[in-house]
Write a protein that binds this ligand. Structure first.
Ligand SMILES: C[S@@+](CC[C@H](N)C(=O)[O-])C[C@H]1O[C@@H](n2cnc3c(N)ncnc32)[C@H](O)[C@@H]1O
Length: 207
């Protein structure tokens, strides 16, 4: 996905390209003063840009413990506080105990194994306040049909690298999220055949 080591920190060209379109969506959807948990922050480029650009929003970056160090390094070098959380979505004991108004994750669903995607949804359902938002950015397919040839090629590439990776199905994601109390609110088309899927935590937290 273009995540490379650049000295001790990672660097993603895609993050540079998609930062402004994602920011436009976040400005429209995040409530003032929102506490946002980002899952799989990677290089930290999004965390740096969004913490600086979204006034009053408290951006909490996180990463799998094995990929945490370069992220922490970037946040420190850019003066972004607080530091990133060590968070493997598949390790429930690492899930934060505090509440958030939003959970954001970019380009993680196709990297996580299916069980990891389920964990991400369950984590969001657990940490979001009633009415809180889950925003998932990336390529998705619909009912097994790719929305673009580039996404089909990317899916095949991912699966050749590791059969547990792959472009996920938005219809199946919505069904699974619904069972966890996360209702599909809308989706926003994004550049390069990506989408932002937006879910809202139901007021009834028993979902
Ligand atoms: C393709 S990168 C996307 C990074 C960044 N969000 C972006 O848009 O550039 C996928 C990220 O998911 C993270 N990741 C993979 N498995 C994870 C897990 N189990 N829990 C949390 N993050 C995970 C990886 O470390 C990696 O940073």
């Amino acid at each position: 996905m273009g995540c490379q080591d650049r000295q001790t920190m990672r660097w993603s060209e895609a993050c540079e390209r998609n930062r402004e379109p994602i920011l436009t969506v976040l400005r429209q959807w995040l409530p003032p003063g929102a506490r946002v948990l980002e899952i799989g922050s990677g290089s930290g480029q999004h965390a740096v840009a969004f913490s600086r650009s979204l006034d009053g929003v408290q951006w909490q970056a996180s990463e799998h413990p094995e990929a945490l160090a370069p992220l922490v390094e970037r946040l420190r070098s850019e003066g972004v506080r607080p530091d990133a959380l060590a968070l493997d979505v598949q390790e429930r004991q690492q899930w934060p105990s505090c509440e958030f108004e939003a959970v954001f994750s970019a380009n993680t669903c196709h990297i996580l194994p299916p069980a990891g995607v389920s964990s991400l949804l369950a984590l969001a359902a657990a940490v979001l306040q009633p009415g809180g938002l889950l925003l998932l950015y990336g390529p998705f397919q619909d009912g097994g049909v790719h929305t673009a040839a580039s996404n089909a090629a990317f899916d095949a590439h991912l699966r050749s690298l590791d059969p547990r990776m792959g472009v996920r199905d938005a219809i199946a994601l919505r069904a699974e999220a619904g069972g966890l109390g996360l209702s599909a609110e809308t989706e926003v088309p994004m550049p390069a055949n990506n989408r932002m899927l937006i879910f809202r935590r139901n007021a009834d937290t028993s979902g």
